[in-house]
Write a protein that binds this ligand. Sequence first.
Ligand code: CO
Length: 343
Amino acid sequence: MSKSPLIVDMHSHFFPETWPDLAEKFGTPDWPWMKHHGDGKATVMVGDKEFRPIYSGCWDVSKRLEEMDQYGVDIQVMCSTPVLFATTRPADQAAECAHIFNDAALEMCSRSGGRLLPLAQVPLQDIDTACEVLTQAMKDGHLGVQIGNHVGDKDLDDEGLVTFLQHCAAENAAVLVHPWDMMGGNRMKKYMLPWLVSMAAETQLSILSLILSGAFDRIDKSLRICFAHGGGSFAYLLGRVDNAWKERDIVRVDCPNLPSSYVDRFFVDSAVFDHGALDLLIDVMGEERVMFGTDYPFPLGEIKMGELIRTAPKLNDQTKEKLFGTNAENWLATELSAQSAAD
Ligand code: CO
């Protein structure tokens, strides 16, 4: 079924069906592994703790394509999940994990007829190694990289992380910043509150780290970076940040320009689940800077993929076309085609 506009979901995840026993390989406990239940369902385990229930959309390419067809999605950009990054482990072990999961992503994408496109992961606790792994991943066919929004106590304005982002710009790699390892966990043990509160705050923190530290002024303008989940709390609270920048010198000490003037330096996805919020996001970011992203195949993602944008009452067809495909092409710096979806 051929259709217009091109529909690109730029925020989706995968888990390979299996991977090597990392606890055995590295001789330390509490590594992630997959417990299959045999009915297309599985649980991602970390050591003996349940991390997340998942289903075959994570690892089965044909199931994935079937669900994309069901909702008219032509192309999905897919990446692993921060639980697989091993950022707190020795860097050589995290580098090995990166190779395992980067190769798994390439293998899955190679069986998709061009409809699945991979983002890599890197061992971000060691910047030199992370840069090497990124360079290799881009040579191997990845279009960019997904990174966690912080590395321990280091936020994105950390000198090493800025160096890595510079390297991504030099390698022409798209960057997706994904919140993880959320703040405030001890006070949010119930109701998935870390996902509902901290993820949004983590993402806002990352964006403000780059703006208020002046990092965006040091990083090459060619960097194409996107923040997940609509940029978290950023758009809604940008007025508060601008006001603080005007009123308090300690806010603007490292940031030469009004915070809101930096919105042309990054992208956000559309995963906000509310038409009013999407309108605000487009108002703040501009219609060139918001991209269709679902968080497929996780339960807090947009299950009816594309419905929010498709049914948005205030968006015209041109804007929808940008959100659905054109902006993702610009973020990936790649011309995409729905040709395979028409087969
Ligand atoms: Co996600």
